[in-house]
Design a protein around this ligand. Structure first.
Ligand SMILES: Nc1nc2c(ncn2[C@@H]2O[C@H](COP(=O)(O)OP(=O)(O)OP(=O)(O)O)[C@@H](O)[C@H]2O)c(=O)[nH]1
Ligand SMILES: [Zn+2]
Length: 365
């Protein structure tokens, strides 16, 4: 079976990044020490070569992840190995996750890439959730995360069929919460807005869908993916019938073109190094802050604060300032954790150096 790599998002401009003697393949799924990849000659299960093992032992961020473009090298023993990960255009990094584990960071505190080369982040927020309406603060947080990854966010107010009146008002509020971001109402049930999403994936772009449990993410992905015809889309030649593979892919080609990455990890992304993203989501507050009397104004009662003035004047919803404060605190907290880790690493390095100095001192004749 042969595949047309351009349908997986490959562009010839990336060819220059391939090490000599390797072929490109996209990572559809990873398992410990090995990956499922799709190359133009088919799907392969490949182990990591020495170069990848070495660099990822130093920094887990270098581990292959779903969405990566990899360079495959053919070995004499008759199989490919994953020789290198090509530079990523965008990446979702989590700080070793686990809001559950050790208060936000994993034991080693190092980052892990959850998905790479994502172009579009659909932020799904239900128009109605149980008895509640869309949660603007959650949208802000996920939009910040999307910007931080390098991808372009698009906000989807899902289950729009549940909303009878006032959907336009809700969308207007959401547009204020996500300045510069496209906002659409969609319903997998009625089909409203679903076709429109294909437009974002033109040119074989890659998307993820983020959002709370129950937002309708899986239903939407299914609506976009149709009924399993995607496999045939990639077939360029061969017998055309193809064999069905049982491997569950986390990189899903859509029949209308484009791809969706859907993994358990990407559904639980946390905040990690999010300061730039927060600034972009709160571009309005950032702009107002330029007029505050003090350059480091915390917009917390300082004299001459333009942000508080805008809240009082009704130009800036107070909720937005509260949301900004919360995300600032979280981002600062994450940053301080990262700093603490760096300090600890430095200390450990010095400990080793001192130990070696002592040892060499002792061995001196
Ligand atoms: N009314 C309505 N219900 C929907 C729509 N889309 C999904 N649902 C329902 O909402 C529920 C949750 O949908 P899922 O697609 O499983 O939500 P999810 O975001 O994938 O949830 P997790 O898998 O928990 O992350 C299901 O009962 C769906 O049938 C919609 O457009 N309109
Ligand atoms: Zn201020």
């Amino acid at each position: 079976m042969t595949y047309d790599l351009s349908l997986l998002g490959w562009t010839e401009s990336q060819a220059a990044e391939l090490p000599h003697g390797t072929i490109p393949a996209r990572v559809a799924r990873v398992d410990r020490g090995a990956a499922e990849v799709i190359a133009d000659d088919g799907q392969h299960h490949v182990k990591y070569g020495a170069r990848v093992r070495r660099s990822s032992a130093e920094d887990p961020v270098m581990l292959p992840c779903v969405g990566d473009w990899a360079a495959l090298r053919w070995l004499d023993e008759g199989r490919y190995e994953l020789d290198a990960v090509l530079p990523r255009r965008t990446s979702f990094v989590r700080g070793g996750v686990g809001r559950t584990s050790r208060g936000g960071l994993s034991a080693d505190g190092q980052g892990q890439v959850l998905a790479a080369n994502v172009d579009i982040v659909f932020v799904a927020e239900p128009s109605m959730h149980a008895t509640d309406f869309a949660d603007l603060a959650r949208i802000e947080r996920l939009v910040a995360l999307a910007w931080e990854s390098g991808a372009t966010p698009v906000v989807l107010i899902t289950k729009s069929d549940l909303f009878e009146n006032g959907l336009e008002d809700l969308l207007a509020d959401v547009r204020v919460a996500a300045p510069g971001v496209d906002v659409h109402a969609v319903s997998s049930q009625s089909g409203e807005g679903v076709q429109l999403l294909h437009g974002y994936l033109e040119g074989s772009r890659t998307a993820v869908v983020l959002g709370p449990s129950g937002a309708g993410k899986s239903t939407l992905v299914n609506a976009l993916a149709g009924d399993g015809v995607m496999e045939t889309q990639l077939v360029r030649a061969g017998d055309g019938r193809g064999r069905h593979t049982t491997v569950h892919r986390e990189l899903i080609p859509l029949p209308g073109g484009g791809l969706i990455i859907d993994t358990p990890g990407i559904r639980r992304v946390g905040l990690f190094g999010m300061t730039d993203g927060v600034d972009m989501v709160f571009a309005d507050i950032d702009a107002l802050a330029g007029a505050c009397r003090f350059a480091d104004c915390g917009h917390d009662g300082e004299p001459g604060c333009a942000v508080l003035a805008a809240v009082e004047g009704g130009e800036l919803p107070e909720r937005r300032l509260t949301s900004w404060r919360k995300l600032q605190r979280e981002a600062a907290w994450m940053a301080s954790r990262t700093d603490a880790r760096l300090r600890k690493e430095q200390q450990n390095k010095w400990k080793i150096i001192h130990k070696e100095m002592r040892r060499s001192g002792r061995n001196r004749p």
